[in-house]
Design a protein around this ligand. Structure first.
Ligand code: AR6
Length: 186
């Protein structure tokens, strides 16, 4: 598995070329949609491999806390069913609409909400996919700056989450994130 590591204080930040459903961090993050009831991409893969338990918990969250759907930038947590991780944190990134509809703020919020939720649950490791850069069309290079800056900002403020991983699904995406990371972790 191709992997690069960076450090912010005591927090390890890893870039990994791979499949997020194989990660054994305490939580993996799902790039969901506001319905929380599944879809394609990472979302489809997580529900397929994780099994019905995750879906049932998502349905319950919809029925109780978010009857009209999870707003963009927010995050919720479920167990991880048959996956190796213990929890799935479901967040909703913005759909790219040209960059003038607060997309970068909302994307940053999706990372930050997920990290805060992990912290509030006492988790010490978390894996992210490249949120919004598939079906939601966010340009990858711009998304890589938003994602890594959000992670760096969070790691600067707290030391409890010891490992934050970005799991990139293609070599092209991995290389873009790596170039961005090298420019940010100087
Ligand atoms: N592991 C890691 N990354 C993956 C995996 C995987 N198994 N599968 C895909 N990716 P997307 P979005 C990458 O479309 O853009 C869904 O239908 C993928 O190559 O999953 O936030 C939801 O239900 C891309 O780089 O999420 C929503 O409706 C990145 O993950 C919508 O798509 C994100 O692609 C969300 O769109």
């Amino acid at each position: 598995m191709e992997k690069n590591e960076f450090k912010i204080g005591n927090t390890l930040i890893e870039l990994v070329l791979g499949d997020i459903t194989e990660m054994d961090t305490d939580a993996i993050v799902n790039a969901a949609n506001s319905s929380l009831l599944g879809g394609g991409g990472v979302d489809g893969a997580i529900h397929r491999k994780g099994g019905l338990k995750i879906f049932e918990e998502c349905k319950k969250i919809r029925a109780t806390k978010y009857p009209s759907g999870l707003p963009t930038g927010e995050a919720v947590i479920t167990s991880a069913g048959n996956l190796k991780s213990q929890f799935v944190i479901h967040t909703v990134g913005p759909v790219w609409q040209g960059g003038i509809h607060d997309e970068s703020k909302l994307l940053e919020k999706a990372y930050d909400s997920s990290l805060r939720l992990a912290l509030s649950k006492g988790l010490s490791s978390i894996s992210f996919p490249s949120i919004s850069t598939g079906a939601y069309n966010y340009p990858i290079k711009q998304a890589s700056f938003v994602a890594l800056n959000a992670i760096i900002k969070f790691a600067d403020k707290q030391q409890k989450i010891a490992k934050i991983v970005m799991v990139l699904f293609s070599k092209k995406t991995f290389d873009i994130y790596l170039t961005t990371a090298k420019s940010l972790f100087k």
